[in-house]
Write a protein that binds this ligand. Structure first.
Ligand code: 6R9
Length: 645
C-alpha cells in the first residue's frame, strides 16, 4: 500500500485564501443550521436579480422536490456577461487555445456580449422561444460557449451533446428532448485529427423530422453537405441580425439546461437543471474551491459536453467575471508537454483536470513537465473519478513543485456543482480523499438497511438535505428521477457512489455501487454497452463489467455469448467494437472481449455480475457464494479463459 501523507495548509496559501479553517467551520455551521439566511446572503452576493425571490427554499427530498429562490427573476447570460461590461468590458473572458499550438484567441467580455447577443437573435429569428430545447454538438471552440449563453439569454433550454458521441447517440438525445434546432460545426479538430461533426448531424437528422434549423460554425472549411432552408452558416447568419438582444427575465426555477448521463438502465437520462440555484452553486464553488481572485487565469481541461465543462469552463467562471481558458486539443499533442506549455504560454494560475490525464502523463516521465516553468500555477484540481495517491503525489511534486494545493472535487452531473472538496486555505489535504462537504451539503453514509452510519465507517454515499444546484427532474420522465435518486433511501438523495469516512470526518469516494463504469472520467452504463453488443446478429447475450485500468481508472470488460453455430473470430471482435462505436461512441468500446459459452446465472435466470466482476478483476480467491448458480461449471471455464491476468 502507498502510504498516505497528510499535507497541511501552507502559510502562503492560507494568507491569500478567501477562507481559512475557522471561516469554513463557521460558515458551514451557519449553512446547515440557518440555510435560508445563509443562502439568501450568498444569492445576493453572487448574482444580480431582476426581481427578488418570494421564498429562499422549499423542498421535500422524500418526493424528490426542491425549489430555490422561487419567484425570483434573473438571467444567466446577463449574470455571466452584461453585468461585467461596465467595469470589465475589455477584460478577457475566454482564452481559446487551439489544437494547433500556433492558434489561439482572446475574447473580451465586450466581444462575448456581442457574439452571444447576435447568436441569440439568430435563434429568435428562426423561431426559437423561451422553453424550447436546442441541441449543441460542438468542438471546443468559443462558439460552443456562445451557443450555451445565447440559449440562456432567450430562455431556451440547451442540451449539449459531447462531440465524441456517434450519430445514433446524438439522434436519441435530439429526439428525447424534442430539439428543433441544432448548433454544430463543420468539423472538430483534436490531436491533429478531424471529426466530421456536421456529417454526424446529417446522419442523426435522417430520423429527426422536427429539426428545422442547423446552425453551422465554420471551423475547418472542410467539405460538408447542405440542406437548403434548414442549414445556415453561423458567420453569415450573425451578419444579418443586430447586436441588441435583451436578456429574458427567467424565474429562478425555469429550466436552464438538460445534460444526458448514463445510469444503470440502457437509456441515458436527461438531467434537468434550473436557473437560480444552479448558477449560484457554480459561481460560489468556483470562487471558494479554486480560491478565485480577480485577474486569475483559470483553466479547466474538461469538454463542454460534460457537466464539468458546463459548470467550470462556462457558467461558474463567467459568473465571477473570470478569465477562463478553453482548450481544443488533447494532453499529448503535439507532445506530452502540451498542458504545461499552455500553462506557461497563458500564465495559467489554476489548473483543473482529470486523474486519467495525469496517469497517462505520468507514464511519460518527468522530463516533459520539467521542460516547462509552471511558475504561474497556484492551485491544482482534479475531478471525475477517484485519484490514486501515487498520481496525487506526482501532481503535487512534479507539476505543482510542492507549492500548489490540490483540490480533489467530488460531484456529479446531478449535483450541478462541487459537493465534497477541500477549500485551499481551510482544509489539510490527504491524497485520495475529496475531504469535506462544501457549504450546505450534508453527506451521510448509509448501511444496507438504509441507516445512517455514525463516525468512521463505510457505506453508500447519500445527501440528506437539498442544495441549490441539485437535479430538478429527468427530462420527460420526472418519475424516473424520483425512482432513481430519491426512492432507494427515502428522505435522501442517493448518489450511486460508495464512500468511507475516516476519523477526521474526511470522505474517501470508493466508486460506483451501481452498474455504471467510469472510464477516463466518463460515465458509461453497462446496460448501454450490452444493448449495443446484442444488436449484432451473431450475439446471443452480453454482460459488461468494469475492471481496474492503470490509465483509464476503469476499463470495460465484455463477456459475449454467441448464437448457436457462430464461431468466435478476431473479425467478429472488430465488428463488435465498431458496433459499440456506432451506437454510443468510440470512448465506450470495450477494452477486453471474452467469448463466453455461458454466463453465470441464478436458477431464476439473473446474471450474477458479482462473479463476472471478480473474474474481470482477476480476483479469484474469494468468489463468494456460488451455490445459487444454475450451472457452476460455467464459472470454471470463464476463469480458465479470462483475459486480465
Ligand atoms: C463531475 C463529474 C459523476 C461520478 C461520481 C463518481 C465520479 C467524480 C470524483 C468522483 C471520486 C472524485 N467522481 N468526481 N469519484 N472522486 N473527485 O464527473 O460528473 O460525469 O456525472 O460523474 O464520477 O463516481 O458519481 P459525472
Amino acid at each position: 500500500m502507498f502510504e498516505i501523507t497528510r499535507h497541511p495548509v501552507q502559510d502562503a496559501v492560507r494568507q491569500r485564501a478567501h477562507l481559512d479553517k475557522d471561516a469554513y467551520l463557521r460558515l458551514y455551521q451557519q449553512s446547515v443550521e440557518q440555510p435560508d439566511t445563509f443562502w439568501a446572503e450568498q444569492a445576493k452576493a453572487f448574482l444580480d436579480w431582476f426581481k427578488p425571490w418570494d421564498q429562499v427554499h422549499s423542498s421535500d427530498l422524500a418526493q424528490g422536490r426542491a425549489e430555490w429562490f422561487k419567484g425570483g427573476q434573473l438571467n444567466v447570460a446577463y449574470n455571466c456577461i452584461d453585468r461585467h461590461l461596465q467595469q470589465r468590458g475589455e477584460q478577457v473572458a475566454i482564452i481559446w487555445e487551439g489544437d494547433n499550438p500556433a492558434e489561439s484567441a482572446h475574447i473580451t467580455y465586450n466581444k462575448l456580449h456581442h457574439n452571444v447577443s447576435r447568436l441569440a437573435n439568430v435563434l429568435k429569428r428562426r423561431g426559437v422561444k423561451k422553453g424550447d430545447r436546442v441541441c449543441i454538438y460542438m468542438p471546443m471552440i468559443p462558439e460552443a460557449a456562445y451557443a450555451m449563453l445565447a440559449c440562456a439569454r432567450i430562455g431556451a433550454v440547451h442540451s449539449v451533446v459531447f462531440g465524441g458521441f456517434s450519430p445514433d447517440a446524438l439522434r436519441d438525445r435530439i429526439l428525447d428532448a424534442d430539439c428543433r434546432t441544432v448548433i454544430t460545426a463543420d468539423e472538430g479538430v483534436r490531436g491533429g485529427k478531424y471529426i466530421p461533426l456536421k456529417n454526424n448531424v446529417d446522419k442523426a437528422l435522417q430520423s429527426c423530422p422536427n429539426v428545422s434549423t442547423v446552425v453551422v460554425v465554420e471551423r475547418t472549411q472542410g467539405d460538408v453537405a447542405w440542406v437548403e432552408g434548414r442549414d445556415l452558416w453561423y458567420h453569415q447568419a450573425l451578419k444579418e441580425v443586430d447586436a441588441d438582444c435583451p436578456a429574458e427575465p427567467m424565474d429562478a426555477e425555469d429550466p436552464l439546461f438538460i445534460l444526458y448521463t448514463s445510469g444503470s438502465t440502457g437509456k441515458p437520462k436527461g438531467v434537468l437543471h434550473t436557473t437560480g440555484g444552479y448558477l449560484l452553486g457554480a459561481a460560489m464553488t468556483h470562487k471558494y474551491v479554486f480560491d478565485y481572485h480577480e485577474g486569475d487565469v483559470y483553466w479547466c481541461t474538461a469538454d463542454v459536453g460534460w457537466v464539468t465543462g458546463h459548470s467550470y469552463i462556462v457558467y461558474g467562471p463567467l459568473a465571477n467575471a473570470a478569465t477562463t481558458l478553453m482548450f481544443e486539443g488533447v494532453p499529448n499533442y503535439p507532445d506530452a508537454s502540451r498542458f504545461w506549455q499552455v500553462i506557461d504560454k497563458h500564465q495559467v494560475n489554476t489548473f483543473y483536470t482529470a486523474p486519467t490525464a495525469l496517469r497517462a502523463l505520468m507514464r511519460e516521465g518527468e522530463a516533459p513537465v520539467k521542460a516547462t516553468s509552471r511558475s504561474s500555477l497556484r492551485l491544482l484540481g482534479t475531478v471525475g473519478e477517484p485519484i490514486n495517491p501515487e498520481a496525487w503525489e506526482w501532481y503535487f511534486h512534479v507539476v505543482g513543485d510542492m507549492r500548489c494545493p490540490i483540490v480533489d472535487t467530488w460531484w456529479q452531473t446531478e449535483t450541478g456543482s462541487i459537493l465534497i472538496t477541500p477549500l485551499p486555505g481551510a482544509t489539510d489535504l490527504k491524497p485520495g480523499s475529496a475531504t469535506r462537504p462544501f457549504f450546505g451539503v450534508q453527506p451521510v453514509l448509509l448501511d444496507e438497511q438504509g441507516k445512517e452510519i455514525e463516525g468512521p465507517g463505510a457505506g453508500v454515499l447519500a445527501i440528506k438535505a437539498s442544495w441549490p444546484s441539485q437535479i430538478r427532474s429527468v427530462y420527460g420522465d420526472h418519475q424516473r428521477m424520483v425512482d432513481t435518486y430519491f426512492k432507494p433511501y427515502p428522505g435522501y438523495y442517493f448518489t450511486g457512489d460508495g464512500a468511507r469516512r475516516d476519523e477526521d470526518g474526511y470522505y474517501w469516494i470508493t466508486g460506483r455501487v451501481d452498474d455504471v463504469i467510469n472510464v477516463s472520467g466518463h460515465r458509461i452504463g453497462t446496460a448501454e454497452v450490452e444493448s449495443a453488443l446484442v444488436l449484432h446478429d451473431a450475439v446471443a447475450e452480453a454482460a459488461v463489467v468494469g475492471y481496474p485500468h492503470d490509465v483509464k481508472g476503469q476499463g470495460i470488460y465484455a463477456y459475449v455469448t454467441l448464437m448457436n453455430g457462430q464461431e468466435p473470430s478476431d473479425e467478429l471482435k472488430k465488428d463488435l467494437l465498431t458496433l459499440v462505436g456506432k451506437e454510443i461512441g468510440s470512448f465506450a468500446k470495450p477494452e477486453l472481449i471474452q467469448w463466453a459459452p455461458g454466463l453465470p446465472k441464478t436458477r431464476s435466470g439473473k446474471i450474477m455480475r458479482r462473479i463476472l466482476r471478480k473474474i474481470a478483476c482477476n480476483e479469484l480467491e474469494d468468489m463468494g457464494d456460488t451455490s445459487t448458480l444454475a450451472d457452476p461449471s460455467v464459472v470454471d471455464s470463464l476463469i480458465e479463459q479470462r483475459l486480465n491476468r
